[in-house]
Design a binder for this molecule. Structure first.
Ligand code: 4NP
Length: 167
């Protein structure tokens, strides 16, 4: 019987109500479109737990819905155990990265942490995904534009890995 290698990806921001749940929902859509959703497990979490249990920010949900992306995630705080459950833990900005680095229990866990900017190909001026919480509508649109760029790259990387493992 064929066994599929599942890649488990966790997107992380501060509150888990704007950027990372949007990344999660968008990457699900991209994965579906690219035919790789069967080899992916996708989730998101926040370094701050103050919004735990809440649906995403309505401004983020509205902006995503306008691009055909439905967001149903309930916020949760990232936990040390997540490093055992996920293969890639992708931080939206440097503060998130540093918080994850402190939480990681060992070197192997630290090596699972990435910055979302590593996947940006068409937005070289951005070294992080800016927090839109105190911004206007444009802030949310910018987040989605950057996420589209990085999610496409990530899907391509995973598709290539899938292709090489099938040979
Ligand atoms: P996120 O945005 O990290 O993209 O979910 C924020 C959400 C909430 C807060 C900050 C950023 N907050 O301070 O409550």
């Amino acid at each position: 019987m064929e066994t599929k290698k599942i890649t488990r990806i966790l997107f992380v921001c501060l509150g888990n109500i704007c950027r990372s749940p949007a990344a999660e929902a968008m990457f699900r859509c991209v994965a579906e479109r690219e035919g790789i959703s069967d080899i992916l497990l996708i989730d998101s979490a926040g370094t701050y737990g103050g919004h735990s249990g809440e649906l995403s920010d309505p401004r983020m949900r509205r902006a995503a819905a306008a691009r055909g992306i439905e967001m149903t995630h309930r916020a949760r705080q990232v936990r040390e155990e997540d490093f055992g459950k996920f293969d890639m833990v992708i931080a939206m900005d440097d503060n998130n990265y540093e918080a994850l680095f402190r939480l990681a229990p060992d070197r192997a866990a630290q090596q699972k942490i990435y910055r979302f900017r590593e996947f940006l190909r068409h937005n070289p001026d951005w070294s992080y995904i800016p927090d839109p919480y105190y911004e206007g509508h444009e802030g949310f649109e910018l987040v989605l534009d950057l996420l589209e760029d990085g999610c496409a790259t990530l899907a391509e990387i995973i598709s290539k890995e899938k292709g090489s493992s099938e040979v």
